[in-house]
Ligand binder design. Structure first.
Ligand code: CA
Length: 229
């Protein structure tokens, strides 16, 4: 993305004082933060508003952290930092087996959490020179800003490119209009605006100019999704 955006952290933690402590600390550090107090809400939040990283408590009411971790991992490659009150080795191993990127044992030091979080985000952050995003026969190079469908080069405007890049970073995930507004334009559009529809229409015209099948699909009443035809 060419736009500066706060990295989004989703905290899934039932203990309100820990969640609040984390939320305030991370906001202060410049992250955008959302809190879910149980696994089900957390999974819904991760699906509806894809975060850049999830801080996940192991001990949760309802669906436990390990299961939440598995489901998050099954749905996306979002980095997961697991919190556990237990210092037992089997728990740590199970957490990492379930797909967590790292874990912290409670009580933890906030600076330690920040360091781990930065390390995970840095590892996940693509190296601009190497990374090429691919989906179906579509390729997008964030460094050179080249887009191709098969061998056909596609010329996009800056905003069209940003919209397509967001979809290619979240394939098969429905991106709501709110997410698109917020991520691409950096704020909420209040009232009626058809700017998203307009950009999607431009993109489709260009992506399908060679008679290729549709990849950007409308999910009526919700938003749009990049998926196989
Ligand atoms: Ca807990």
């Amino acid at each position: 993305m060419q736009i500066e955006m706060a990295e989004r952290i989703l905290i899934i933690e039932d203990e309100a004082y820990i969640a609040d402590f984390l939320r305030r600390g991370l906001l202060y550090e410049g992250y955008a933060v959302e809190v879910a107090y149980d696994g089900e809400t957390g999974l819904a939040a991760a699906r509806d508003r894809p975060p850049d990283l999830v801080i996940l408590d192991l001990m949760l009411p309802g669906i436990d952290g390990m299961e939440v971790c598995r489901r998050l991992r099954a749905a996306s490659d979002v980095p997961i930092l697991m919190l556990t009150a237990k210092d037992a080795v089997p728990d740590r191993v199970a957490g990492l087996d379930a797909g967590a990127d790292d874990y912290l044992v409670k009580p933890f030091d906030f600076e330690e959490l920040l360091a781990r979080l930065r390390a995970i985000l840095r590892r996940r952050r693509p190296t601009p020179t190497q990374e090429v995003l691919r989906f179906a026969d579509l390729t997008l190079n964030p460094a050179t800003r080249e887009v191709k469908r098969g061998d056909r080069a596609i010329e996009l405007t800056a905003k069209e490119f940003d919209v397509l890049e967001l979809f290619m970073r979240h394939p098969r995930q429905v991106l709501t209009r709110d997410i698109l507004y917020e991520r691409i334009w950096g704020y909420d559009f209040s009232g009626e605006s058809n700017i998203i529809e307009v950009y999607i229409r431009y993109l489709r015209t260009k992506l399908e100019a060679g008679g290729e099948p549709r990849l950007l699909h409308t999910v009526r009443g919700v938003g749009y999704v990049l998926r196989e035809p």
